[in-house]
Every structure is written in C-alpha cells, then in structure tokens.
Design a protein around this ligand. Structure first.
Ligand code: AMP
Length: 510
C-alpha cells in the first residue's frame, strides 16, 4: 500500500474540492493536486529516480511542500523532510547520511544548501520550488497511478537529533503512517470534508504528519501567508476559513491564548488545537480552556512512534467533575488505539500502576528502525517494544504522566535540543576546555539552553565569540541563551558531569 493512494482516491472522489490554500486563496483542487503529484513523480522517474530512493525536502512551509511530498511518494520514493531552521551543514549531513538522490529547496534555503555543497552527496540535484524548472516539472501530463509499494516499505525518513551528537534517521513505513493516521480518527478527533488543516507549525514534523488523514477525508490544507506561526494571523484566518484544525507546540498554544484574550475572542473558527511535543503546564491548559473553551486535545508521541503514543481527549479536558480531573489534565492521556504502553524498571521488568520507569510502546505505528544504524536500532527496539527514553508512570485507569525525560533532552518552543550536540560544537572553540549544557525552565519557551563552561587556560569568557561560533555550526534555536564560567564542572566518581547539580545551581536565586 502506497500512502499516496489516499491522494489518488480523494482526487477520484472529490476532484473539485478545494485542496491546497495559501491563506484563504484556493491554489489547487484535489484533481489538480493529484495531477501535479503524478507529474512530479513521472519527471523524477524520467531523471532516474527509482522506488525506494530518498529525496530530501529542505524548505519552509508552503503548499508546494505537499505537492513535493506526494510527488515523491507517487514515484514510490522516500521523503526526508528536514527542519528548514537547521543549519545548512546539518541539512547537508542528513542528505549525505540518507544518500539522497535529489533535494527540494526553496528560494531561502537554496543558496544556503549550495554553500554547503562540499558536505552534500556529489552532484546532488537541487530543485527550487517556485522556479520555472519546478513549474515545468509539475505541469506535464501523467496518467500513471502511484507506484505500487508494500505496507512495510519505507516512506518517510524522519531525522531526530541524536544524543550522540548526530541525528538518527527514523524509518517510517507506509504502514506506520497509515496506522498513526487512523489513530487520529479513533483517539484525537473526528475529521470531516469541510475541515481545514492549518499548517502553522513546521511540516517537516508533527504538523506534516497530520496531512494524511486530512488528504484521505478530502479536507482543505491551508498554509498561512506568513508561512509560520503568527497568533493574530491564525485567529483572523480561522474566522474566515471555519472548522480549522491545527497542531501546536505548548509555546504556540500560550501565544494563541494570549492573543485571543487580548482580542476579546475565543478562537472562533478553530475546531481543534492538537498540542504536544513538549510539556504543557497545568496552569497553562486551564487558562487556555478558560479563554478558548473545549478546543484542545493533547498528544504524546515521538518520531519513533509518530504522534501516536497517548492522547488526552477533548472529553477528558472537559470532564471537570471527575474526582481526578486535575491529575488527568497533568497527564498526557491514555494509549492510542493501535499501541500498547507499559512502564519498565531498570532491570527491564514491567512495573505495576503508579510506579515510575521508562515508557515503552508497541504497535503498528512503531518505526521499522534507524536508518543504517543497527546498533541504535537494537538498543531502542527490544522484542518489538520501543524504548522511548522518556520516564513516567501509568495510573490504574491507564493515564500516563511524564515525570522526566531521560537523555536530558531540552525542549524549547516545542523543539527538541540535544545538549550533547551543542556541547560538541562549543568544545570545538579554542576558549572552551569543558562544557555541559542544560535546559532551565522558562515561562515562554518551556526551557532555555544554558551552557556551563570551564575555560581553557588563559582564555576569557567572550560570549559574542561563542555565539558567533554556534551560529556558524548549528541552528540558531539550539544556541545557548546564556553562559556561565565555572572553575570546574560538578562530577561523580566516574568523572561523569552531574547535570542535576547544574540544574540545582541554575535554580538558586541570584
Ligand atoms: P520528537 O521525536 O522530536 O517528536 O520528540 C519526542 C519527544 O518530545 C518525546 O520523547 C517527549 O520527550 C517529548 N514530548 C512529546 N510529546 C509530549 C507531550 N505531550 N508532553 C511532554 N513531552 C512530550
């Protein structure tokens, strides 16, 4: 089963239904959307792209994004959506690791990736969406159906930042995407043809994964004119579009709620805000419901089980009379229909209700493994169970509460930042002898990145120089917001840095 069959079916069933919209302007109906995807596929195949080949997308949100994705799948190839905010060298590394045969870029990212040519696979063709060449690519006529693919064939290679400094390619099959998408209907929300999926969060991530069920149901796919998240724009657009569903990180929810409150609105036109990707604080979701009403559903997932581990339904948000309502609001809900969730101890034994341990997941949405990384795959997938690296507890009713994140991942603005990656970059600077990076709580972003350093002998703390060094090597959003120089880093007997001590240090007043 090729996931592009869902687009082919909607093009047959509702050819004239509006499919792709820039703001409120319809850019393509379903017949046009599918025709363009088929044309892209035929042209890529004519250029030698074979089923199973990888194609990168390093571009900001646009309606072209969906055309490219479906063009890739229509050809039986594999999409690698790359966060457009990554540094071009990071994007180039991903293209090279995945042995990409081609990359779609946009006017903004094309010159950046060109400048990183040395790190790209030799001769990698870059196709710039919006260019004359791209328009020609999607305009030819092809009546070929999507290339036949098996349910376990790779469709989406999703690069997550790795704790070992380099990202890992999560291999998602057609079956993973299909089962995760059907879970949306079962556990997240109803979807109707009149609905509009609004892409205010990056399409390379969670928001993009929600395209499938909205393609299947023949809904509108709307990219805001700003191309990103602007709370006022979302509120204005939603009033005009009506029946809007969107994915939002908790930071975005907070801004949306603040904007609605200041406009004296309740989010009219917004049907559902699905939030997740980082912790939602109790006070924030209570405030969100007080201002905007019952428009919220929470999901907990990770690239390895895309958007599909648990969900806290709209009904559970609304169930204020339940004796454990607040506990449930603090939780991430109950297991999605297609997966089993369990908690294990350090010895691997399954723990009883309310005991804290590692969260494990099993079921059809769970990834095939990591691309070209059997070691990491064997460590993470054990007897079919995905070891999430997250720590939490299940109560007797099956509600999961996250207590901590192992692996020390920092989540800022809903985006994961792995300390090790930042540490490795800082260690490459001559003034830095030792470094440890942690996240400190921040009311707006969730967490901020803070770097604790031991300076090299004779060096002074030059924050501007360190910032410039980070900007040259990693994405802007990963660089530390502040730096603290210490005489030595706190360490245990094995010489491992004690991040808990650093967090205590950060929490101390003054
Ligand atoms: P990613 O693979 O980039 O989607 O990141 C997944 C990680 O984000 C998970 O392993 C969790 O640590 C965190 N996460 C996802 N959803 C939630 C949520 N609803 N609440 C708290 N943390 C979350």
């Amino acid at each position: 089963m090729n996931i592009a069959e869902w687009l082919a079916a909607s093009a047959r069933l509702v050819p004239a239904a509006p499919a792709l919209l820039g703001g409120t302007k319809v850019e393509a109906d379903y017949a046009t959307f599918a025709r363009r995807a088929a044309a892209i596929a035929a042209n890529l195949a004519a250029q030698g792209l074979a089923p199973g080949d990888r194609v990168a997308l390093f571009l900001f949100n646009s309606t072209d994004y969906l055309e490219c994705l479906y063009g890739i799948w229509w050809a039986g190839a594999v999409a690698i959506p790359i966060n457009a905010k990554l540094h071009a060298r990071e994007a180039a590394w991903i293209c090279s690791n995945a042995q990409a045969k081609l990359a779609f870029v946009d006017a903004e990212t094309a010159p950046l990736l060109e400048a990183a040519r040395a790190d790209l696979p030799a001769g990698l063709p870059l196709i710039t969406v919006g260019s004359a060449a791209y328009t020609a690519l999607r305009q030819s006529l092809s009546s070929a159906p999507p290339v036949a693919r098996e349910i376990d064939d790779l469709a989406w290679l999703f690069y997550t930042s790795g704790t070992t400094g380099r990202p890992k390619g999560v291999m998602l099959s057609n079956g993973n995407l299909l089962s995760a998408s059907l879970c949306y209907l079962a556990d997240v929300d109803e979807v109707h043809p009149a609905d509009a999926a609004l892409y205010a969060a990056p399409m390379s991530h969670g928001a993009g994964l929600y395209n499938f069920i909205h393609v299947r149901m023949g809904c509108r796919h709307v990219v805001p004119p700003s191309g990103g998240f602007d709370a006022d724009e979302v509120l204005t657009l939603a009033r005009e579009l009506t029946s809007v569903s969107m994915f939002a990180a908790p930071t975005m929810v907070k801004r949306l709620v603040a904007a609605a409150r200041s406009r004296g609105e309740t989010g009219e036109g917004i049907k559902t805000v699905v939030y997740g990707g980082g912790p939602m604080y109790l006070e924030d979701i209570k405030e969100a419901m007080a201002v905007m009403g019952q428009r919220f559903v929470q999901i907990y997932g990770q690239g390895e089980s895309p958007m599909t581990i648990t969900a806290l339904s709209r009904a559970h948000h609304a169930d204020v009379d339940h004796p454990r309502h607040l506990d449930r609001l603090r939780s991430v809900g109950t297991a999605h229909s297609a997966v089993c969730v369990r908690i294990t101890g350090t010895d691997g034994a399954v723990l009883p209700p309310d005991a804290v341990g590692e969260i494990e997941v099993k079921g059809p949405p769970v990834m095939l493994g990591y691309w070209n990384n059997p070691k990491a795959t064997a460590e993470t997938l054990v007897n079919g169970w995905l070891r999430t690296g997250d720590v939490g507890r299940l109560d007797a009713d099956g509600f999961l509460t996250l207590s901590d994140r192992s692996k020390d991942v920092i989540i800022s603005g809903g985006t994961n930042i792995y300390p090790r990656e930042v540490e490795e970059v800082l260690l490459a600077h001559p003034s830095v002898a030792e470094v440890s990076v942690i996240g400190v709580p921040d009311p707006e972003w969730g967490e901020n990145v803070v770097a604790y350093l031991v300076l090299a002998p004779g060096a002074t703390l030059d924050i501007a120089a360190l910032d410039a060094h980070c900007l040259a090597n990693i994405a802007r959003f990963k660089r530390p917001k502040s730096y603290v120089a210490l005489a030595e880093l706190p360490k245990n007997n094995y010489g491992k840095v004690l991040k808990t001590t650093l967090r205590e240090l950060a929490a101390r007043p003054g």
